[in-house]
Design a binder for this molecule. Structure first.
Ligand SMILES: *[C@@H]1O[C@H](CO)[C@@H](O)[C@H](O)[C@H]1NC(C)=O
Ligand SMILES: *[C@@H]1O[C@H](CO)[C@@H](O)[C@H](O)[C@H]1NC(C)=O
Ligand SMILES: *[C@@H]1O[C@H](CO)[C@@H](O)[C@H](O)[C@H]1NC(C)=O
Ligand SMILES: *[C@@H]1O[C@H](CO)[C@@H](O)[C@H](O)[C@H]1NC(C)=O
Length: 481
């Protein structure tokens, strides 16, 4: 609603201004309905202001079971919390943004104590405010809470001396400096933990018998000052089904899983920040950016019913400025808490067709695969053919002849280039996969059949008549005509 003066008129003001009639009609509604109306307004501080306009509503907001205080100054907030009367809140949300003045630890502790008195089932406590003294505040024991979300910029807190977060199922800790090794033992029912790795130690333990979902975001450390020690998380969580690690940090980040290894279904490592990409091979400037597993329904050749199989996907990227890698592809895959992958998808993002060692090193760790899917580097056009630019040493991977992939039946290669490197890799793959049944090769659009490499490709594909081969979707027999 817009007033002629341009000031927005709020709905309740409309009711009040329409005169006694309007207010009476609203005020005649039962309390329960008015509470619903108030609850829909979203912000409790607004509701409290509204209530000052309509006298009939004044005490009513204090009965709400959902209280939302956003950008309210701490003193007003303390006053409002003291007036709220619902004994068991369904949800309490508090956001304080106060960058001008510090919010001291005792003020934080006192606000949290006031919040605890309302027994919220869901608590959101979001504070952007500094405390130059670095004193930890006290987190009370929210015994009734099933969900807690704390976002407290660069501050640490002390946990309650006794008691536990007995009903807590979901916990999000963002930007708080807290050791999960101290917090988790107090959360016997925790299922979901989302956490920014904002702890001050180099290594922490995430141990939980109940945890099913874990999301860790590694952040740059504000006070690290040149400390490049890798950071480690040791995870012991046998019930874990979903794990996600995202690193935006400036040092290497490693997650390891203790026995018994959880049967994780979805697993994802994303190395967003360039300095923390540490998985690769010596003499290669390809590094893992993304490593993920998931379950997929798949029908195998000759089977009617699809079965659930485990898929491993890896994206590697090139950067000339990458320095020494600390873990090889195979080591990293072997360290995952799950194995027995049926499908391996490898996506190589680079300007160079120099991927043989990545392919064969990572294959070492996935020897039960049935299907291999390669997405090779995209090069600009035929004139930029990588053949002109680089020499490679096939010795880098010919020592892999003894590995064998008896289950590998299907192979798909995208952006295959008709150059010695790619042809050699393909030939090698044929050698180590004796039971291949189908091979599909996709060439870049500009390639013509008169390219000398084209006949070499047809020869490799045609050598084993038992393998069904396709080039750009057409069966090999048609391609050779
Ligand atoms: C984080 O807090 C500490 C005090 O506990 C302070 O010395 C440091 O400067 C803060 N860092 C940032 C980035 O605000
Ligand atoms: C590995 O996965 C296949 C399905 O892709 C399954 O048939 C087989 O039993 C699994 N083996 C083990 C040891 O889990
Ligand atoms: C390669 O790394 C350098 C230095 O870390 C970075 O500035 C650059 O953006 C990176 N290049 C690409 C294509 O990611
Ligand atoms: C293709 O034939 C070669 C030579 O007989 C053999 O070594 C290789 O295992 C065969 N590969 C496939 C996929 O049939």
């Amino acid at each position: 609603m817009q007033l002629r003066s341009g000031r927005r008129l709020r709905p309740w003001q409309g009711a009040a201004r329409r005169g006694r009639g309007g207010e009476d009609r609203l005020s005649a509604l039962p309390d329960a309905v008015l509470l619903l109306v108030l609850a829909r307004l979203g912000s409790t501080a607004e509701v409290a202001r509204t209530s000052a306009v309509a006298r009939r509503w004044r005490p009513l907001w204090t009965e709400l079971d959902v209280l939302v205080f956003r950008r309210v100054d701490p003193d007003t907030l303390a006053g409002l919390l003291a007036r709220a009367r619902h004994p068991n809140l369904r949800r309490l949300e508090i956001q304080i943004s106060r960058l001008d003045l510090p919010l001291l630890a005792w003020q934080m502790s006192s606000l949290l104590r006031a919040a605890e008195e309302h027994n919220p089932e869901e608590l959101v406590f979001n504070v952007a405010s500094r405390d130059y003294l670095g004193v930890p505040f006290q987190l009370p024991c929210f015994a009734r809470a099933t969900s807690i979300n704390l976002r407290i910029w660069n501050r640490s807190f002390a946990l309650p001396p006794a008691g536990s977060f007995a009903r807590l199922e979901r916990l999000a800790l963002s930007l708080c400096c807290v050791d999960p090794g101290e917090f988790l033992p107090r959360c016997p029912r925790l299922r979901v933990l989302r956490m920014d790795c904002f702890w001050t130690q180099h290594a922490v333990d995430v141990h939980s018998a109940s945890l099913q979902e874990l999301v860790l975001n590694d952040m740059p450390q504000p006070d690290a000052a040149g400390d490049t020690t890798p950071r480690r998380v040791n995870i012991a969580a046998p019930m874990l089904r979903e794990f996600k690690l995202q690193t935006f940090g400036d040092v290497e980040m490693m997650a390891s899983f203790s026995a018994p290894a959880p049967m994780v279904e979805t697993l994802s490592f994303r190395y967003f920040a360039i300095p923390c990409r540490a998985i690769g091979l010596p003499d290669s400037q390809l590094r893992v950016m993304d490593l993920a597993t998931e379950m997929e329904l798949r029908s195998r050749n000759g089977q009617l019913d699809p079965v659930r199989v485990r898929v491993l996907s890896m994206v590697v990227v090139f950067n000339a400025s990458y320095e020494d890698a600390s873990r090889s592809f195979a080591e990293e895959i072997a360290g995952l808490p799950v194995s027995n992958f049926s499908v391996f998808k490898l996506d190589i993002r680079s300007m160079w067709h120099d991927f043989g060692s990545v392919v064969f090193d990572s294959l070492k760790a996935v020897n039960s695969i049935q299907r291999l899917q390669l997405v090779l580097p995209q090069t600009m056009d035929r004139f930029w053919s990588p053949r002109r630019y680089f020499d490679y040493d096939p010795d880098d991977w010919t020592n892999n002849e003894d590995i064998s992939f008896p289950n590998l039946e299907e192979m798909e290669v995208e952006r295959f280039h008709l150059i010695d490197h790619d042809l050699d890799v393909l030939e090698m793959l044929f050698t180590i996969a004796p039971n291949l049944k189908t091979v599909r090769v996709q060439l870049p659009g500009w390639v013509s059949q008169s390219d000398p490499g084209y006949q070499q490709l047809c020869n490799i594909l045609g050598e084993n008549t038992s393998v069904e081969c396709y080039i750009n979707g057409r069966p090999l027999e048609e391609c050779e005509e």
